[in-house]
Write a protein that binds this ligand. Structure first.
Ligand code: TYD
Length: 140
């Protein structure tokens, strides 16, 4: 999907376990200003249902699994995240819905900006009507 990308991180695995380093500007295509994590999500709950005007994020399933539905006015795709060494980059102007959190799962989110409610679009119709690009990617 346009403006999203799966990122595979390094893994250091030996008989003592595994370690994955994540470095801003190296493994993550932005400087990290904020992290947060989503956990204790009951079965069948869906979260998200918003896009961001300027925020860049990377979602990493530290344990368990979660599915992410990504939408633009022209595309839709589902990404399943179940590896702690794989993250999903989501750029600005992408609608996202998160579902299928497995019991006990923790989703880590790395974000390029501090929390700002004014950066959210939480209405799908507003999102579609204000989407800044045409189908071939030109600015409207
Ligand atoms: P929200 O972004 O709506 O969660 P999701 O998209 O996963 O459904 O955030 C849920 C609540 O947490 C909302 O009241 C805003 C608050 N919040 C913060 O205070 N700081 C943050 O960094 C984030 C992401 C959310």
């Amino acid at each position: 999907m346009h403006n999203t990308q799966l990122i595979r991180f390094k893994r250091h695995t030996d008989e003592y376990g595994s370690l994955t380093p994540v470095e801003a500007g190296v493994d993550i295509p932005f400087d990290i200003k904020r992290i947060y994590y989503i956990y204790d999500v009951p079965p069948d709950v869906m979260r998200g249902f918003h896009s961001h005007k300027n925020l860049h994020q990377v979602l990493i399933p530290l344990n368990g699994a979660v599915s992410i539905r990504l939408k633009t006015p022209f595309e839709e795709t589902d990404v399943h995240l179940d590896k702690p060494y794989e993250g999903l980059y989501i750029g600005p102007n992408i609608w996202r819905e998160m579902y299928g959190f497995t019991p006990g799962s923790t989703l880590l989110v790395l974000a390029s900006e501090y929390y700002d409610e004014a950066d959210y679009i939480r209405c799908l119709n507003v999102y579609k009507n204000t989407y800044p690009f045409t189908q071939n990617g030109d600015i409207k």
